[in-house]
Ligand binder design. Sequence first.
Ligand code: GH3
Ligand code: MG
Ligand code: MG
Ligand code: MG
Length: 313
Amino acid sequence: STERAFVSEDIIQELQAFNKEDEKPKRILIIDDDEVLLASIYQILSLAGFDVEVLSDARSGLEEMLNKQPDCIILDVMMPELNGFSVMQRIRSDAQRQFTPVLFLTAKSNIEDKYKGFQLGADEYLTKPFQFEELMLRIKTLISRVEKYRSLSMKDSLTGLYNRRYLIERLQELFVAHARKPQDIALAIMDLDYFKWVNDTYGHPCGDAVLKSFASFLQAKLRDSDIITRYGGEEFIVVMPGTTAEQARDTLNRVREEFGRHEIQCEDARIFQTFSGGIAQLGNEGEDIPKLIQHADQALYLAKFNGRNRLCL
Ligand code: GH3
Ligand code: MG
Ligand code: MG
Ligand code: MG
């Protein structure tokens, strides 16, 4: 093959910067039976800062490699034991890996094979011989795009807060970590008081302004480690790792008092908004996510029932 082991310094630097954008570099899995090619791809992608995993025999170790959650998979077609199309099918059969970028890298250049690759869900189809520059630039584009969509799908467009999907993902991670090493984790549900009245009185755009103002207030007053989310219409959930329910209540009571004095301007109106909240603590109450949220919701009901503008455990 005529692959060049030399890659332009600019492109290497661009990819190194790309891999430093987050705490962890992007992880690439390469599945190919050609050990010589594997070695050179490994070398160059590692140089570009990627975290590279190689697999020369897809029969063994495929599941283990997929479980390491690669950000992109480079896949050969012709392999003696298990061909790349079967591996492709296996990858896409997992709902979790629907959006993992997969790039075929193969000597099979006829249109029937390309067609088959794309039908099975490939994102790219490069033929050997290829240029390392092109391979790396395509990987970068594929990973960036998935990351962009992923972050969009986790955020609420009105307030810019994370949404319910993000909350559930983070809670799952926290539950797993908690099982290994227990820590206090408080969860609070907050619901704006008589918010329907705000909409009816000042109009929906002013209701939106109140929601945005509340979101910014929470972001300004809570810790970076707190997970602040818009759970639904005018309901917000905050998860506070390393915090007991009592500590969360104290913190949120300060937020509640300050926010109650905070004037929100909208058109000619000056609006004051209160909220109620219910707080639960992982471990004490609720061994799973729905139970934990349910406990906080019951406490919220109590806060509403007892007159609103208050927090209950
Ligand atoms: P309570 O104190 O019992 O919570 O009373 P409430 O009026 O806040 O409760 P209710 O659930 O009756 O009303 C919630 C309102 O929130 C109704 C809905 O139209 C409004 N809402 C939900 N999402 C949005 C939004 O994105 N923008 C605006 N402006 N209003 C919203
Ligand atoms: Mg091969
Ligand atoms: Mg509500
Ligand atoms: Mg409400």
